[in-house]
Design a protein around this ligand. Structure first.
Ligand code: FAD
Ligand code: NAP
Length: 339
């Protein structure tokens, strides 16, 4: 028997703490319940919105007329793939950082750079979460998902996921078409520290051969806690925009005007310019517009100053996009899923 609630306030289910009512709402605890809920919505011709921890979405102030499925599917198991690799399979409603802690405590390598990222493991493949030089795709093995049309379970191997920078087939072609029920990750027992990112190697004082995954994890948690707003205190969805990639010509013009510009050369010949640097240089760091603000320690993060609406955040985002376009001739693209 499905426990469907009506007219549920969605704001507390998102890290922005923003969102109107859901006409229908259900929490699912296993694959069977998820399939039943999807089938119920299909019969009523309702749109489906899946919420994990709501930490990468900006919901509208208006009510949502479909079914919101809050994912609580739990469970962790592991098996050896060979002498080195371990496969960790987790129910998609498991908290991502709990899986990182599980892996780090067992001294497995692979997840430590992705410590302290909010959200469920089920959402991690959607935007191919990334931080400190590692992306989900680097540890991804496969996932299981229910197809809304067929109600069948499908398995996606890595090569079928179209993983790219903060993107995947689940954020593009399969958006609102499947429900991810479990994710399998491939971690390693052999040491494989990734310290190339920024000043990570300076923060970690030990010699590389002495390192354990927990050393890297601890350092990253500390950096993140110092720099990023805790959503319980300041509603936010992490980086609001993607880092733009521009051509060498475009970059040279900007470099002539802004000699201190931050940049990273990419394998595809383009140049990545941190969106946070652009927004800060345009003068927005720490500024606000009504109840929406720009985080004072990282300008890429937009925050709910208290009681902000979706419109407030969108208005601030639009003003920033216009300003960055005018100053740098770069069009910022949101990373957050905006509904
Ligand atoms: P939600 O916000 O609930 O959902 C995101 C999208 O995925 C939605 O479109 C939703 O419908 C869909 N979805 C969710 N679950 C499923 C499912 N089971 N099946 C199908 N679709 C699903 N991201 C990074 O990449 N790197 C970071 O370092 C990082 N740092 C952050 C720091 C802060 C303070 C915050 C607030 C966010 C940060 N993020 C970061 C963004 C966010 O943590 C990730 O995108 C995370 O994976 C979102 O998980 P979630 O469960 O909250 O997803
Ligand atoms: P940061 O260290 O201040 O760096 C700013 C930007 O420079 C980052 O966006 C990063 O790109 C890029 N960068 C730094 N060193 C790099 C290197 N060696 N090679 C290539 N690019 C490099 O960033 P931060 O805000 O404190 O975040 C730290 C990490 O956590 C970043 O990886 C960031 O993506 C991640 N993070 C993500 C979110 C989110 O919501 N998506 C929120 C907070 C933090 P990349 O972003 O491509 O890594």
């Amino acid at each position: 028997m499905l426990n469907i609630e009506e007219n549920k306030v969605l704001a507390p289910y998102t890290s922005f703490n923003i969102g109107g009512l859901a006409r229908y709402f259900i929490e699912v605890n296993d694959e069977h319940e998820a399939r039943e809920a999807i089938s119920w919505a299909k019969h009523k011709n309702l749109e489906i919105l899946v919420i994990g921890q709501g930490s990468n979405m900006l919901l509208p102030d208006e009510d949502f007329s479909g079914l919101v499925i809050k994912n609580n599917i739990k469970g962790i198991k592991e098996e050896s793939l060979d002498n080195n690799y371990i496969i960790i399979e987790a129910g998609s409603g498991e908290i991502w950082d709990d899986i990182v802690k599980y892996s780090v405590e067992k001294k497995y390598w692979g997840l430590e750079n992705l410590s302290y990222i909010p959200g469920t493991i089920g959402a991690a493949p959607v935007q191919n979460i990334g931080a400190y030089g590692v992306e989900l795709k680097d540890v991804f093995y496969s996932l299981r998902a229910i197809n809304y049309d067929s109600l069948e379970t499908e398995i996606f191997a890595k090569h079928e996921c179209n993983f790219a920078y903060r993107s995947s087939i689940f954020k593009k072609q399969l958006k609102n078409k499947i429900f991810i029920t479990s994710v399998s990750l491939q971690v390693s027992q052999e040491a494989n520290p990734q310290l190339d990112y920024g000043s990570l190697h300076e923060v970690i004082k030990k010699d590389v051969y002495e390192l354990e995954p927990s050393d890297i994890s601890k350092a990253i948690v500390e950096i993140r806690k110092n720099k990023l707003p805790e959503p319980q205190e300041w509603g936010n969805s992490g980086s609001f925009f993607q880092n733009p990639e521009i051509t060498k010509d475009h970059f040279e013009k900007l470099k002539a005007k802004y000699p201190d510009i931050k940049y990273y050369n990419l394998d595809n010949g383009l140049i990545k310019v941190p969106a946070g640097w652009l927004i800060e240089t345009a003068g927005w760091k720490g500024k606000s517009l009504g109840k929406a603000g720009v985080w004072g320690k990282q300008a890429l993060i937009l925050i709910n100053l208290g009681g902000a609406s979706s419109k407030d955040i969108k208005k601030l985002a639009e003003r920033i996009i216009e300003d960055v376009k005018e100053k740098f001739d770069i069009e910022l693209t949101p990373e957050v899923n905006i509904y």
